[in-house]
Design a protein around this ligand. Sequence first.
Ligand code: SAH
Length: 386
Amino acid sequence: MATVVVSARGEQRIRGGHPWIYRADVVDVDARAGDIVQVIGPRQRTIGSALFSDRSQIPLRMLTRGETLADASLIRTRLENAIRFRESLALDANAYRLVHGEADLLPSLVVDRYGDCLVVQTLSQGIDRLLPSITALLVELLAPAGILARNDPKVRALEGLEQTVEVLHGTIPDSVVVREGPIEYDVDLRRGQKTGLFLDQRENREAAARYAHGRLLDCFSYTGGFALRLARQCPEAEAIDISADAVARIRANAERNGVPHVEAREANVFDELRRLERAGDRYDTIVLDPPAFAKNKASIPNALAGYKEINLRAMRLLAPGGYLVTCSCSYNVNEAMFEDMLHEASVDSHTPVTIVEKRMQGRDHPVLVGVPETYYLKCFILRRVE
Ligand code: SAH
């Protein structure tokens, strides 16, 4: 078996439970790109096995710990476990995440289910090399009509992997209709953002539906995730996204779901919130679900300023008794930072708000304890008191 020796600090990190070892903690390599390697500590002790990458800043992603090394049956067992866990959740949807990388102990692997189609992403050299066997296992375990590799995320470039979108098995239609609770979405698996939909928000849409009422403003609405779900109980509903493509899909999805009163428009949320505030508009329910503003540590201050700006304006637009569903999917902005930012926005906008719920990504996207990178989505439901 190929081997990689790590430093004392690397060994400590592994023993502390983190699945990633950085370049600085790798001492010696006798392995090729994408190998499964035996990881050895500075005193020649075996400390586990890992996926090895010769290009990434993260050369090792742990598969096993201690003396037990990864073997041919490991990936099968972990896939089976991941699938069984999702089945046990009995989700009221036929689109959800089946494999969430590190949290399913399958580092850098994503598998999403969209009806009878599967979408996979292999985001490191090691897991990418296993793609043929993973595909065969998914066919055997789930008998999907088609499997699509959405291997176009930029992180693949950091691994020296090409960016591709290809059908690996069966057929993938140009558009797939999936159901989430009472709502149907028409999804483009090849070109949609992420793997097609923002599946991680499913339970937050459901939660928001417990409070949504009156006049709704859904900001950063993409194909209408929140707007469509909440419009059923909001007689007026507006959705804003900067992408013309997304807006066209919201309109189509609104018709399909019998909520044609959803008014979708293409605009920049930052400008739009300012304009609505000047016009003296008021809403009873506002959703803020922006893209990740903090892509890395260096951009945290700017990201927080951006989050504060939209939250402050949304608070001002909120009618007394109204709800603000506010999210951040930047893992670099942790829950405490997010809450501090909301506090500042509340003070600066002179808007007393209470936290009604603190939420995170859906249960099909579990968080691995001790690995903050897997807790990326924060969703607070706030209520304007007066
Ligand atoms: N709420 C959505 C997911 C939002 S993803 C759902 O539940 O499905 C973030 C969206 O923000 C993307 O669709 C992107 O096109 C849009 N976006 C990014 N910057 C924007 C801006 N400045 N103004 C409006 N929309 C923006």
